[in-house]
Design a protein around this ligand. Structure first.
Ligand SMILES: [Zn+2]
Length: 352
């Protein structure tokens, strides 16, 4: 495709990522489990939907795209939810009386559905309407706890919205806990396409000579800087059992602690080697950092223990790099200054 078209497509991808990001007020949103070793976002997406081409059966992509627009829930999440609910079988029926692709109970169907719950198009449209209502229903719990709204809405779909209010979060039912863990992972692994057309492997910033330490020595790359579930993942994820988060190069610390922003216990610092990059290390174990603003962390020194605080469903390090001169403690979702850490790290002698 011509370069101009490519650019336009990339712009649309980033724009929709930004819009979705704002819609969900996701700041450090990162609900990926450390165990998901498969790298997402490596295949083409269905334009505008965030869905990986060829993964949604029977031409239902357009229906899912419409439901995503109705609800504000990323298309890959809705697709994964349908797989979990019915295995894509429009005639699926449960012993509790749930029917169709989206497994609506008769009372809920009466409120949100039109026609028959076994009509796939009607079922997906109703799924969008119901998820929109559930996002509204869980919004005060999400705001007061910092929990991911989409995860809470999924929990509400499984256990009923009253349970989210009752337990002030995802209720402690094994089935619901499994449901909210499985759907985002399945969305990432199977249904999310790469809509950004990132210039993969390109070095954006020259970081100068010398080697760096890995931000998580021994860590395995579990997620890349790419579109995920229809929204942009502004960093990379690394995970290893018992991981220690490490300063890749000397850092002047500008933030350490829990800011209630989705990143959990996190550390932010600027490189002192003249490159003036800003780095954010998210989801550290609670209380595992002793750093304070204004302190210096030498290259290779421990910043914190890998953890799962904030908006995270499994222990891992979420690592972001921002361009030189980016505003102090800026957020990737609003500053437009996050860059792909991977080529920088590999340029510094690391392999993942
Ligand atoms: Zn992440």
């Amino acid at each position: 495709m011509p370069a101009s078209v490519k650019l336009a497509v990339a712009a649309i991808g980033v724009l929709s990522a930004l819009l979705l990001g704002m819609m969900f007020a996701v700041t450090g949103g990162d609900s990926d489990a450390a165990s998901s070793a498969k790298q997402p976002g490596t295949s083409a997406c269905v334009a505008g939907s965030g869905l990986r081409a060829g993964t949604v059966p029977n031409g239902w992509e357009a229906d899912i795209l419409a439901a995503a627009q109705t609800s504000g829930v990323p298309g890959p999440i809705l697709a994964a939810q349908l797989e979990v609910e019915s295995g894509w079988n429009p005639n699926a029926a449960s012993t509790k009386g749930a029917r169709g692709l989206a497994q609506f109970l008769p009372g809920t169907w009466q409120a949100y559905g039109q026609g028959s719950p076994t009509d796939p198009k009607a079922a997906i449209a109703a799924q969008g309407k119901y998820m929109a209502a559930l996002l509204q229903a869980v919004s005060s719990v999400a705001t007061s706890t910092g929990a991911d709204k989409v995860v809470l809405a999924l929990a509400a779909y499984n256990a009923g919205p009253g349970r989210i209010t009752e337990y002030h979060g995802v209720p402690p039912f094994a089935e619901t806990q499994a449901y909210v863990a499985k759907i985002p992972a399945l969305a990432q692994q199977t249904y999310a396409g790469d809509c950004t057309q990132q210039a993969g492997g390109e070095v954006v910033v020259q970081v100068g000579p010398g080697q760096w330490a890995s931000p998580l020595p021994g860590g395995i790359l579990t997620s890349t800087f790419s579109m995920r579930w229809g929204v942009m993942h502004w960093g990379i994820d690394l995970a290893v059992a018992g991981g220690q988060v490490t300063a890749p190069t000397e850092l002047l610390i500008t933030w350490a602690g829990d800011h209630g922003d989705g990143y959990g216990t996190s550390v932010v610092g600027r490189t002192t080697d003249g490159t003036d990059l800003q780095m954010r290390f998210g989801h550290c174990a609670a209380g595992s950092t002793t750093l304070t603003t204004g302190s210096t962390a030498p290259a290779g020194s421990k910043l914190c223990d890998m953890g799962s605080t904030g908006d995270s469903t499994g222990p891992h390090l979420h690592f972001e790099i921002y361009t030189p001169g980016s505003p102090q403690n800026a957020y990737a979702t609003s500053c437009g200054c996050a860059i792909d850490p991977l080529p920088i790290l590999t340029g510094k002698g690391m392999s993942f």
